[in-house]
Design a protein around this ligand. Structure first.
Ligand code: SF4
Ligand code: SF4
Ligand code: SF4
Length: 252
């Protein structure tokens, strides 16, 4: 049975305890300045966006059939049967195809590290495998972030929509987008207002990215190892920063 996270924005109070718990879990810094950052980054795997009194979380959707996994030439990213999409840094060659492939603009790169890695939420895979809930769900004081069996969370979300039809946008985000995701969202305001695209295909993206991967030439590993050049990094960083800005439209 696959696990999932249901985030109900109508229950969220913007306390940001999920952000802090995520930072602690992943041994990342967290302070007032980082709390104020309204974007995901290599040191902030989840963010609670705020627009007046409405809130929305962003984190890796841990897609059922992830585009990031399908384009990774060295299988550094992998979907687990339990739900989390995990990352093995030791396999990663730094090509950053995953960053370009992800439809949600999630993976980030440690541009300033001498030993850079891709960073993203991996749905607390070690905790999930140990039978625990994710750190962000465990800490949430209102139940806005809830962990459980994906099927049961879907049933619960459907019941909430049925019980309070005027309260929510009539849509469970992640139920069908890109073939379904382990993270499911409910909201009272249109998801687009927080940068979630509503025109996502309902078929899994890997069916499209596989065609790209099959055309990756053999010289890619060598090319990947050469990407450390200062000129390239400088220009690539700007490119990706712009792409991140476009994809994460909820940023303030
Ligand atoms: S949201 Fe992006 S990074 Fe996360 S699993 Fe899906 S494709 Fe991969
Ligand atoms: S599931 Fe784990 S890694 Fe992902 S946002 Fe929540 S606490 Fe962070
Ligand atoms: S811990 Fe729960 S209530 Fe607090 S900001 Fe996160 S999701 Fe919202």
């Amino acid at each position: 049975m696959s696990k999932g996270i249901l985030y109900d924005a109508t229950l969220c109070i913007d306390c940001k305890q999920c952000e802090q718990a995520c930072a602690e879990k992943n041994k990342l810094p967290y302070n007032d300045a980082i709390a104020a950052e309204q974007r995901q980054s290599d040191h902030k795997f989840t963010v609670v966006l705020a627009k007046e009194d409405k809130f929305m979380r962003r984190l890796c959707m841990n897609c059922n059939e992830p585009a990031c996994v399908s384009v990774c030439p060295v299988a550094a990213l992998r979907k687990t049967s339990a739900g989390p999409v995990i990352y093995e840094a030791s396999r990663c060659m730094g090509c950053r195809y995953c960053m370009l492939a992800c439809p949600f603009g999630v993976p980030r790169y440690e541009w300033n590290s001498v030993n850079p890695k891709v960073q993203k939420c991996t749905m607390c895979s070690d905790r999930v495998l140990a039978g625990k809930q994710t750190a962000c769900a465990e800490i949430c004081p209102t139940g806005a972030t809830k962990f459980g069996e994906r099927n049961q969370l879907i049933a619960e979300a459907q019941q909430r929509l049925k019980d309070s039809p005027g309260k929510y946008v009539d849509h469970i985000y992640g139920l069908e987008e890109v073939g379904g995701t382990s993270v499911l969202l409910l909201s009272s305001v249109p998801f687009e207002e927080f940068g979630y695209r509503m025109d996502m295909p309902h078929d899994p993206l890997p069916s499209r990215t596989m065609a790209v991967q099959s055309r990756i030439p053999d010289f890619v590993p060598l090319w990947g190892s050469l990407l450390g050049g200062v000129w390239w990094i400088t220009h690539r960083r700007d490119e990706v920063a712009q792409a991140e800005d476009k994809k994460e439209g909820g940023r303030k």
